[in-house]
Design a binder for this molecule. Sequence first.
Ligand SMILES: Nc1ncnc2c1ncn2[C@@H]1O[C@H](COP(=O)(O)OP(=O)(O)O)[C@@H](O)[C@H]1O
Ligand SMILES: [Mg+2]
Length: 437
Amino acid sequence: MQVERMTPAEASEVLEQARRLGSGGLGNHNRVTVVETRRHGVAVVREPTPLANAKALQAPHRLLRMDPVVGTSRINQVLIADNVERTPGILWAGTPHAPTTIQTAVMRDGALAPTLAMLDCAADPRLRALVVEQFPHIAAQFDAVPLSAYPGGSPGPAAASSIAEFWDKYAKAVRDRTGLYTPEKYGSFQQACRQFGLGELELLVPPPGERATGFAEGRLAPAQLSGHSHNLVLGDGDRLWSIDEDRVIPAPLGFSVLTHIQNAHFVYRPDEVRLLLDGHLATVPRAERHAVAANEREGMRRVLGREAAAYLWHLNQLKTLRRSGQARPEAPAWSGDLARRLHESVNNVRVHVLGKRELAVGDVVERARAHLAGPSRQAKMIALANPRLAGEALRTPHAGWSAALKSGRSLPALRPPTADRSIRQEKGPALGEDWWR
Ligand SMILES: Nc1ncnc2c1ncn2[C@@H]1O[C@H](COP(=O)(O)OP(=O)(O)O)[C@@H](O)[C@H]1O
Ligand SMILES: [Mg+2]
């Protein structure tokens, strides 16, 4: 939404006011403070939180951040804000090194508009129908931004220059971040895939050397990578808005829709997916429609596959941490979050790629638990070398091996999770934080 910018004097007054108000609501990466301005109505001061970001870099939280994106093109909040109608306008923007912004606030009933996550979109058919109808139009607004609108007239050399190159880079990013194709990990990944009924890994992410083929060439446009239920808000008049445009990359048309399906934080029904895709296709100019439709099926497979690969990777990391005794006390909290997302990504692939039935949350959790508790050769070897502990250790094969061995007694259950705001608490399948014990 294009808006009149604030003058530097107005901006510093607003920033001062926000500072006086102290702690605003905290997002995952940004502190958001709502202020009343003289000329621009209600505004939002959005400031990156160094603490949250630093914390996010520490294990085990870091594991939740595996997010292969293509290229290095940084956030361009201004590009999107100025060109996409249903995003907050930028009233003032800081420098690339201090990217604080002052934005227009999306409001509902006189308060800051709630996110779909707050409204528990997953459980509300009316709200889901509303999103299915409106989201494709937001995606279409992203599609309509020409790449020449990037500063300097182009998104930069890291961006792909063709659809095939885009998907090659996408697959490479998944492989590089997960290490999926290193010989020592490949076997356990295949095992995890089979356990969740996802078949061979090749199905999800093409192996190295396999170039993307079969795509119809076409235009690339900026796409929203974070169109999930924490970044879609419902404003006055039941209007859906996209916020948090930090992660935007040049991608095939409709990529925002595919990533929304991937990371909505719930599993859409097949008919809803069809409506989202058809709704988007209807917005694509007739001359481009055939190519976009042809790419859709393969694009979906890759995008959903990437998500499942990411969460299976997390699961493997978790297994490694537990076996080495390095799991941190807060691990149960983030592993609960992991299990919820694993459930969604496994089902997204099963239902929308493989046409299989959805697994109940309990099934996924049981399979994850079995994966975590699987036989550990290393642990057994330690136990046998310490006959005094062998009985103890073998009775508690997944409860913190090295600590048990060191202390010579059985371990108490892991401490309850600390209240850590960097971990998203979501409504979703009911999962206790102790699911993995
Ligand atoms: N312009 C806005 N209008 C309404 N709500 C907003 C706006 N900006 C942020 N919010 C609220 O603040 C939360 C965090 O902001 P967001 O920009 O998503 O930061 P983060 O990068 O930390 O996720 C959002 O989930 C939303 O509830
Ligand atoms: Mg956000």
